[in-house]
Write a new protein. Structure first.
Length: 400
């Protein structure tokens, strides 16, 4: 395929297909097949390393979506997986062996936390969790056996922003591989490879798919690493179904416009919540007062579509609020066109210990919103009526 470099909006719409190709279908066909027939055994041998041998190894519909991601992320290559978790687990298992050590930020997706803390030790791989934005802690945790620095930015669900330049410099100094979960950012808001990150991972289930109708994982990055991961994907078997890959590609075509709208809506919603008397604190990277706002504005084109906030009350108040919303639908996940609400302590972070949750700032009163692409005024009105259901705001009286 010819390489070309357009702006993000154009790459989203046109990426992955050869612009020179004529007389072909405009929409990418779905190669809904598990295997590919050949004319003779010679051709069979030639087909083996291609995307027309057996779908667990690769598939032409996957290839178009993978090429589109490659162009959006500005990496050498990309790979699709059956889920975001398959992308994480396959990549980590591909790159590490027994005796290796991982430094991981504390604020990462709950499923990844569980994999690092409960699964990898069974294979002789230890992980040290460090405060996400205390880079001295990262440095102190590095051992001679450390191979991987595992990152996420912005973080789920407290929206901390990682200084990509700092972590890349540290990783280079100690010869570590960097893998970042960039699900919340999307390549429309940040392209971590431009900062020197080796591997960029996404739960494609979220913004890439964009319509809450598929499960998918993506890893994009350095050719040598992606080739190793590809081999493991074939062995471990977490490949994507071709029809789901086609849905993903369809989502990618509108990624740029959707993310721009998510950015605008989430900023408006966060500004509304931030000033509300029944809200204790609001987390959103582009919000005035966010501790890494300057960094976020330097590294990101927009703050993304996810925000979280703590109600001024108890766990019961948080539940009542979430249940009182009409437009925000009570469902886990994020990144789709519909606005969603969840309580992370009950969903994405339910599988990790209460102590770990506490350290991450995932309190029982924390509510996460995935702000969709509806009209922002309607979303704000919905929040306003749900907040009105709560008992009057507490008076912050100093006692003693
Ligand atoms: C930030 C983040 N990373 C990874 C995952 C896992 O992705 P999947 O559900 O596609 O396996 C999720 C899922 O919610 C997520 O929010």
């Amino acid at each position: 395929m010819k390489s070309h470099h357009y702006r993000q909006e154009t790459e989203a719409v046109r990426g992955g297909v050869d612009p020179e190709k004529k007389n072909g279908p405009l929409a990418t066909p779905i190669y809904q097949t598990s295997t590919f027939e050949v004319t003779d055994t010679e051709q069979q041998v030639r087909a083996t390393p291609t995307d027309m041998f057996y779908t667990r190894y690769g598939n032409p519909t996957h290839t178009v979506a993978e090429n589109a991601v490659t162009q959006l992320e500005g990496t050498d290559k990309a790979l699709l997986f059956a889920s975001g978790m398959a992308a994480i687990t396959t990549s980590v298992l591909a790159l590490l062996k027994s005796g290796d050590h991982v430094v991981a930020q504390r604020d990462i997706y709950g499923g990844a936390t569980k994999f690092f803390s409960s699964w990898l030790p069974k294979h002789g791989i230890e992980t040290t969790f460090v405060d996400t934005i205390e880079y001295d802690q990262h440095a102190r945790a590095i051992r001679p056996s450390t191979r991987l620095l595992y990152l996420e930015s912005p973080t789920n669900p407290t929206l901390r922003v990682v200084d990509l330049r700092k972590v890349v410099a540290l990783a280079k100094q100690h010869n570590l591989i960097t893998l970042i979960d960039s699900t919340f950012a999307t390549p429309i808001n940040t392209r971590p490879a431009e900062f020197g990150i080796d591997l960029v991972m996404h739960s494609g289930t979220k913004y890439f798919g964009g319509h809450s109708d598929l499960i998918c994982g993506i890893v994009a990055g350095r050719r040598d690493l992606i080739d190793e991961i590809h081999e493991s994907r074939t062995t471990l078997g977490g490949c994507m179904d071709p029809h789901a890959a086609w849905l993903l590609l369809r989502g990618i075509r509108t990624l740029a416009v959707r993310v721009q709208r998510h950015n605008e809506n989430a900023l408006r919603v966060s500004q509304f919540l931030n000033g509300h008397p029944k809200v204790r604190r609001t987390h959103y990277p582009f919000l005035e007062g966010h501790p890494q706002r300057a960094l976020a504005m330097e590294q990101m084109h927009g703050g993304g579509g996810v925000l979280s906030f703590e109600v001024d009350g108890n766990a019961g108040d948080a539940r009542r609020l979430a249940e009182s919303l009409n437009l925000f639908r009570l469902a886990p996940s994020l990144g789709g066109v519909d606005s969603l609400v969840t309580i992370p302590a009950l969903t994405s972070h339910a599988m990790i210990s209460a102590e770990h949750r506490q350290k991450m700032g995932v309190t029982d009163q924390l509510i996460r919103l995935s702000v969709g692409i509806e009209n922002a005024d309607d979303l704000i009105a919905d929040l306003e009526q749900a907040l009105a259901v709560l008992s009057p705001a507490r008076q912050h009286v100093e006692v003693g």
